[in-house]
Write a protein that binds this ligand. Structure first.
Ligand code: RP5
Length: 151
């Protein structure tokens, strides 16, 4: 089965901030499965998805959420796949809440947290994980880095 990456977000209102993740995976030819589910509003769906994700062929799961952002942690609790958390801005304290909620995971259940609204970096981190045993992705990553180099 070809490796896939899941992109989860806590609300339909998160779509614009998470769009760079799917766009970046697309650039690398990696299939993204984008879904809205919430640690608070649909916890059973989150548990079901996360606990079966490895068997469904996912290689990594990107989770974006704002405010009391528990989505990445709730997913990480149910899978040994790598989980990448994207704290999203918005709300009364504009991302400080989601940053701390996403990054401050208890010992034993890691979430690789990127910057607030860092959806592109979340996707690049997933690509780098997939590149561990994929030389074509290594080359694509190197080409991308070289495009980003200021000239
Ligand atoms: C989080 O609460 C979502 O990820 C979203 O960023 C935030 C607000 O959600 P909405 O009230 O806009 O649906 O769970």
């Amino acid at each position: 089965m070809t490796a896939r990456v899941a992109i989860l977000m806590g609300s339909p209102n998160d779509h614009d901030k998470m769009a760079p993740a799917a766009q970046t995976l697309e650039r690398y030819g990696i299939e993204a499965d984008v879904r809205v589910m919430s640690a608070h509003r649909s916890p059973a769906a989150v548990a079901e998805f996360a606990s079966t994700a490895r068997d469904e062929g996912f290689a990594a799961i990107i989770c974006g959420a704002g405010m009391a952002a528990h989505l990445a942690g709730a997913v990480a609790a149910q899978t040994t796949l790598p989980v990448i958390g994207v704290p999203l801005s918005g709300g009364a304290i504009n991302g400080w809440d989601s940053l701390l909620a996403t990054v401050q995971m208890p010992r034993g259940i890691p979430v690789a947290t990127v910057a607030v609204d860092g959806a592109m970096n979340a996707a690049l981190l997933a690509v780098q994980m997939l590149a561990i045993d994929n030389p074509d992705l290594v080359t694509a990553l190197e080409d991308h880095r070289s495009e980003m180099t200021p000239r």
